[in-house]
Design a protein around this ligand. Structure first.
Ligand code: SF4
Length: 367
C-alpha cells in the first residue's frame, strides 16, 4: 500500500510550549489534537458521558463541557473520572467554578478574560490550584465577549484587540510564574481570525487552539473552518483545533480530522478519490462514491479507493489508489494495487470494492 512514511507537509510546526491536558499534551511535539464540545446539560452525567463516548469513538482527542451552574460543576468529578478522553471545563462569569473544575480532576479549564473580570484578583490562586493538580488552562478570547476596555480598539483593529486581550491575560499568569496554558483568539470572520492567530504566534510561544467561532451550519462552517485552519496550519500555526458547527459535535470531529489528514498533519485513514462526473460518465458516479463511502465508513485502515466514471482518467487514478474502479459501458474494471483483477457489471461494483477493501484491511492488519 503506497502510503508514504514521511508524507510531505506545507510547513514545519512553529515551536511552542508543551502544556499538559490530562494524559495528553497540547503544543511542542504533541500531535495536533482535535477537540469538540458536548451539547448535553453537563449536570446530566449519563447523557454527557454518552455523548463523550460517541465523540471518543469518532476520534475526538479532547472534549469540553460547559459549566454554567453549580449543578454542572457538581457533575464534573464523575465526568472527569469516567471520560476516556481529557475533559476541559468551560467557565464563564463564575470564578469559583474554576476551582471546582480543577479539584474535580478536569484535565483543563477554559477561561474567558472578556467576561470574568473578577478573575484578575484570583489569578495567583488559580495558578496555584492548577499547578498543584497539573491542570492546563486555556485563555479563550472570543470576539463576542471581548473585554469592554478593548472595544474601541476593536472598532479599528479587531485582530489586534483579540491579541491584546489574550496577551494581557497571559501576562497576569506569567507574573505569578504560571505558563501551562494555551491561547485562542476566535472570531467568526476567517480573515480576522487568521490575522489574529498570525500576530499572536509572532508575539508568544504558547500553544494555539484554533477556532472560527460561530462558523455556522455544517456546510458554511466546514468551509470557513477549513479555509482558516488551512491557511494557518500551512504556516505551521496551530496546536489543537475545534471546528464549531451548528451541527452534532461528532460532525465537528469528522471535519477536524479530515482537515488535519488533508494537510498530512495526521495519517490519512480511509480516503476516497472520486471524479466529479461529466458528460462522459458511463455510470452513476455520485451513487457509486456515496455507496462506497457509506459501506467503508468504519474502515480504520488507511486505504485509498478510486471511483472513476469513465476511462479518461479512470485507469490512471484507479491504478494509483490501493483499490479502484474505472467504469465504462455499464461495467467496472476493478483494480487492486495497480492491477486489474476483474471486470464486473455496474451493480456489482460497490460490493466488490467493499469486499476487496476489507480483504486489504485484513491483510494490513495482519502485517
Ligand atoms: Fe468525466 Fe471520466 Fe473524468 Fe469522471 S473520470 S470526470 S466521467 S472524464
Amino acid at each position: 500500500i503506497p502510503i508514504p512514511k514521511t508524507a510531505p507537509v506545507l510547513a514545519e510546526r512553529r515551536p511552542t510550549r508543551k502544556v499538559p491536558v490530562g494524559k495528553l499534551f497540547v503544543g511542542g511535539d504533541a500531535p495536533i489534537s482535535v477537540q469538540s464540545m458536548t451539547t448535553t446539560p453537563t449536570s446530566n452525567i449519563n447523557a454527557t458521558l454518552q455523548q463523550i463516548a460517541e465523540l471518543t469513538a469518532a476520534g475526538c482527542d479532547i472534549v469540553r463541557v460547559a459549566v454554567p451552574s453549580q449543578d454542572d460543576a457538581d457533575a464534573l468529578p464523575a465526568i472527569a473520572a469516567k471520560s476516556q478522553i481529557p475533559v476541559v471545563a468551560d467557565i464563564h462569569f463564575q470564578p469559583r467554578y474554576v476551582f471546582d473544575a480543577i479539584e474535580a480532576g478536569c484535565a483543563g479549564v477554559r477561561v474567558n478574560p472578556g467576561n470574568i473580570k473578577a478573575f484578575d484578583d484570583k489569578i495567583a490562586d488559580i495558578a496555584k490550584a492548577a499547578t498543584d493538580h497539573g491542570t492546563g488552562l486555556r485563555i479563550g478570547v472570543n470576539a463576542g465577549s471581548l473585554d469592554k476596555r478593548l472595544r474601541a480598539l476593536y472598532e479599528t483593529d479587531p485582530a489586534g484587540a483579540l491579541v491584546q486581550s489574550a496577551l494581557g491575560e497571559a501576562s497576569l499568569f506569567e507574573e505569578v510564574g504560571f505558563h501551562d496554558f494555551a491561547i485562542s483568539v476566535k472570531h467568526h470572520d476567517p480573515v480576522i481570525m487568521v490575522q489574529a492567530y498570525r500576530r499572536l504566534s509572532q508575539a508568544c510561544d504558547y500553544p494555539l487552539h484554533l477556532g472560527v467561532t460561530e462558523a455556522g451550519p455544517s456546510f458554511q462552517g466546514t468551509i470557513k473552518s477549513s479555509v482558516a485552519f488551512g491557511a494557518l496550519l500551512a504556516e505551521g500555526i496551530g496546536d489543537t483545533i475545534r471546528v464549531s458547527l451548528s451541527a452534532p459535535p461528532v460532525e465537528e470531529v469528522r471535519v477536524g480530522i479530515k482537515i488535519l489528514e488533508s494537510l498530512n498533519l495526521r495519517p490519512r485513514q480511509f480516503e476516497i478519490v472520486s471524479c466529479p462526473s461529466c458528460g462522459r460518465a458511463q455510470v452513476d458516479v455520485y451513487k457509486l462514491a456515496n455507496d462506497v463511502t457509506e459501506g467503508l465508513k468504519d474502515m480504520t485502515v488507511p486505504i485509498r479507493v478510486a471511483v472513476m466514471g469513465c476511462v479518461v482518467n479512470g485507469p490512471g487514478e484507479a491504478r494509483e489508489a490501493d483499490l479502484g474502479v474505472a467504469s465504462g459501458n455499464g461495467r467496472g474494471q476493478i483494480f487492486v494495487r495497480g492491477e486489474v483483477i476483474k471486470t464486473v457489471p455496474e451493480d456489482e461494483i460497490v460490493p466488490t470494492l467493499i469486499a476487496e477493501a476489507n480483504r486489504l484491511a485484513e491483510e494490513l492488519g495482519e502485517a
